[in-house]
Structures are given as C-alpha cells and as structure tokens.
Design a protein around this ligand. Structure first.
Ligand code: HAM
Length: 416
C-alpha cells in the first residue's frame, strides 16, 4: 500500500468539520480586526528564506525542503510565511498605500522529526501588521491572538513575553553571551558547541540538561537593552496590562528565527506535551531591508493549526462530525428513476438538500441510510403515489406523515 510521506497527514472528510471550525474562527477574528487575506506561492526562490529567516537557524540549516527545478533554479517549499509576505509586499509596493494589515492560512513545510504536534507538512494561521513601530501595533497583534484563542473556547494557556531589543543592544549582548559561553565551552553539548559561532542565541533554547545548567547563569538580554528598547518593552507591558492580557516575562525566550527585534512572544499550553508552543511571533523591524526593501517596521504572529486542534480536542471543544440533510427520497419501486431524478432536481433547485438511493437497495436499507444521514424528512415515492400525484412526506423527528404535492414541499417544510 502506498502511504502518505512521513510527517504528513491526510485530512479526511470526517475531520473537515473541525478544520472548518478553526478556519472560520480565524477568518472571523481577522475580519473583526480589519485584516485582509494574502496568498503567496507555496514555493519561493531559496534566498527568500536563507536571507530572511537566517542562515544560522535550524529552519534554514536543517529543515528546508530545497530542490533544483527543471530549469536549474533553486527553490524551497515555504517553511514559514513572514519572509514570503515581506518579499511580496516589497515586490508589489504594498507599503505605498500605508499601513498593511494582512492575514494568511495554509500549508508549510519543515523537515523535522515527526512527533505529537510536529509534522513535516503543517498548517499555520498568521497575521502581520506592516508599517508601524508603535507598541500599539505589538498590542494589536497579541490581542488578535488572544481573541482567536478565546473565541475557540481556550482559557488555560500562557503568554510568554520577552524583548530582543534593537540591533545595537543585541550586538552588545551577543558579544557578552559569546564570551560567557566560550568560558564554558567544554561543558556545553556538542550541538551547542557548533552553534556557538553561528547562532549563540539559539543555545538559550537548548533542552540538554548539561546546557541548561550553563544557561541558567548566562547573562540576560533584557539587562542589555538601551533606553529606546527598554521604553518600547515597558510600553508593551503597560498596554497589555491595560487591556487585561496576562503575560509572563521570560528573559530566555529567543524564538527560532533570526529576523526578530524588540518584542517576541509565544503562547504555550499544557495540553500539548513536549511541543507546547502553539503560536508565536514578534517584531521584525529589519526584515524588509534584509530582503532588499526600504526600512519598514513590522510585527506579526503565526499559530499552528494542528496544535490548536490538539488543544481543542483535549478540551472537548470541537464540533462533532454530524451530517444533516433535509430530505431523503425513498423509492418503493425500482423502475421510477426518472421520477426520482426529476423530484430530486426540483428540490435541489429550491435549495433543499436532498439525497436518494443510487444502488437499488431495499426499502429497509434506504430508511436506515436516511437515519444515518440525520434526514429531517423522508419522501416516499412508489407506484401508487405516482398515480395519485401526492407523495408521502414523513417527519423523522415526530414520525408524522402527510400526503403532499411535490410543488407544495418547499413552502410546507420552510414553514416549520
Ligand atoms: P514559528 O514559531 O516557527 O513562527 O511557528 C509558529 C507556529 O507554527 C508554532 O508555534 C507551531 O504551533 C507551528 N509549527 C511550527 N512548526 C511546526 C511543525 N513542524 N509541525 C506543526 N506545527 C508547527 C513562525 O513561523 C513565524 N513566521 C511567526 C511570525 C509571524 N513571526 C512574525 N510573524
């Protein structure tokens, strides 16, 4: 049997109601906040991500699906959206018309070791606010996330917050951190030793117990913020409190993408196990310039759809996959296909969802099917009914039956 590739999943018809539920919640929340949808290609020139997300990150270094197309151009299946979206905003001069509020949803690809909540093809919802350096923009994005989370019925989660400061604060901190880590080099894990030169910030994310001991006493970026960066962070915290969004400052939160500056944040849930972050984001004031654009401050977030579903599943907050149709036509005579087709066609044209048997099954089997489909009504058509012109319509809830002309059905059932 040919199966789905490792780390990918089919979304079967029986799962669709749950997916549509969260997709709808997200679209509604974005509409509430006046965000507009954007769609970009699933693959991009590799430089969008190597230049945008950063050569030193795990995503670019180890996880990208990169290939040469038949023309010899190097392409990458998008591992995330922010770099693609900024590429698109630059290419189409979107900033010429001022601040942009954009949202997206779709599949993303990372070659990671699959486990609960971690796939190689996964889905993200995200929103990006382009063209503002104000802390109010950070707040808008975070509050869009919390609104989405609460509209899905999730109450129990943590919002972790940190500031990575501006470029010069980060540079000062990085040289300090590097010195500290170099002094402890021999006790670092092998992976962290290799990260020391390329991306020392990522060492703070390490789960290795040896690394953790060293990280616990490492210098903190928050103590290296210059006045401007500190003021920005203070205002973000103040405004979050003003609108009653609870957060915890986590000074070691660095996130896995190189483009961040100032505010970074992550949403964590205890319902998830090891992969406990179900959403995250932050400010990226330098990304436009990195990808060849003008200086455009921006902030955004993305949420993993699979992880959101896992949380909602564990809380029992997902809608059941219940089918429901208006009318199931039961035919008591195998030779009246023309009447069945005509009747169904008429009812469908009146916007009444209608199904009928197409495999010449017994009367009993057809009734069973009508029950399974939660039909509100069954319409019984047999030779006698055709002669009288009136068909039997049975209300499946009350079991009441009436004789009715086909043309009277729409107004009859819409009245009830
Ligand atoms: P990220 O933290 O890499 O951020 O991903 C955001 C979310 O996508 C994660 O919190 C997680 O829920 C989900 N996710 C990531 N990788 C996987 C995976 N392999 N399997 C399942 N779910 C996954 C970004 O992608 C940034 N672009 C977010 C952002 C937008 N920052 C600013 N704007």
């Amino acid at each position: 049997m040919i199966r789905t590739p490792r780390g990918t999943k089919d979304i079967l018809p029986s799962d669709m109601k749950k997916w549509n539920f969260i997709e709808q919640k997200f679209a509604e929340t974005c509409k509430l906040f006046s965000y507009k949808e954007i769609r970009t290609p699933i693959f991009e020139n590799t430089e969008v991500f190597s230049g945008g997300v950063g050569e030193g990150t795990d995503i670019v270094g180890k996880e990208m699906y990169t290939f040469d197309d038949r023309g010899g151009n190097q392409m990458t299946l998008r591992p995330e959206m922010t770099a693609s979206l900024v590429r698109s905003a630059i290419e189409h001069n979107l900033m010429d018309t001022g601040v942009q509020r954009l949202w997206y949803y779709g599949p993303f690809f990372r070659y990671e070791r699959p486990q609960k909540g971690r796939q190689r093809q996964f889905h993200q919802f995200g929103a990006e606010l382009l063209g503002s350096a104000s802390p109010m923009a950070d707040i808008e994005i975070i509050s869009l996330c919390t609104q989405l989370i609460s509209s899905c019925g999730i109450r129990n989660y943590k919002l972790l917050l940190n500031s990575l400061g501006n470029k010069s604060s980060r540079a000062k901190y990085l040289s300090n951190l590097k010195d500290y880590l170099k002094d402890n080099r021999d006790n670092l894990s092998e992976v962290s030793q290799t990260r020391l030169e390329q991306n020392p910030l990522r060492i703070l994310d390490s789960k290795s117990p040896d690394d953790r001991k060293i990280i616990d006493s490492a210098p903190l970026l928050i103590n290296f913020l210059d006045d401007k960066s500190s003021d920005h962070f203070a205002k973000v915290k103040e405004l979050l409190s003003t609108i009653n969004i609870n957060y915890e400052v986590e000074p070691k939160l660095v996130r896995g993408l190189d483009y961040y500056s100032h505010t970074v944040f992550e949403f964590q849930s205890t319902s998830l196990g090891a992969q406990d972050a179900f959403g995250g984001g932050g400010r990226y004031n330098e990304l436009f310039e990195q990808l060849g654009g003008k200086n455009v401050p921006a902030v955004g977030f993305a949420m993993g759809a699979e992880r959101l579903l896992l949380i909602l599943e564990s809380l029992g907050k997902l809608p059941k996959d219940e089918e429901c149709i208006d009318i199931y036509i039961i035919s008591a005579d195998k030779n009246i296909e023309d009447i069945i087709c005509k009747t169904r066609d008429y009812l469908l044209s009146e916007n009444i969802s209608t199904l009928c048997d197409i495999n010449s099954r017994s009367f009993k089997a057809q009734f069973k099917e009508a029950n399974k489909l939660n039909a509100k009504w069954v319409l019984i058509i047999g030779t006698n009914e055709i002669e009288s012109g009136k068909f039997t319509l049975k209300n499946m809830q009350t079991s009441e039956q009436i004789e009715i002309l086909i043309s009277e059905i729409p107004s009859y059932i819409n009245k009830l």
